[in-house]
Design a protein around this ligand. Sequence first.
Ligand SMILES: [Zn+2]
Length: 114
Amino acid sequence: MKPMEFPLLFDKCPLCGCKKRVLESVGGEEMKKGKVGKDMIFSTTQPIALALVDPRKTVISALTLTVFRDICVDCGHEYVVCIRHKVLPWPPQASQQGGMQQILQQLEKTPPGG
Ligand SMILES: [Zn+2]
């Protein structure tokens, strides 16, 4: 096992080994047209930042992971292509009243992908 280095990149399909991906291919065309930035990573699901926090502890920053998924052109398998990590101030809305509980409630209300 090599040491983990972020961003974690998975450049081929875990099932068939194909390196071509649907969103990356289509998105690449848009990059050529200049419609999207070259550093854009497309994902089949809204990339959600997962905060690695312990709600019982008070912290001022949290490590968050953002997971991107794409679809194999060859076999249609959807898999994780990139995981980025970033340290963000925590909680994200510390200045607001209500604190952690409110943030958790907001997270629960947010529909997946929206
Ligand atoms: Zn595949």
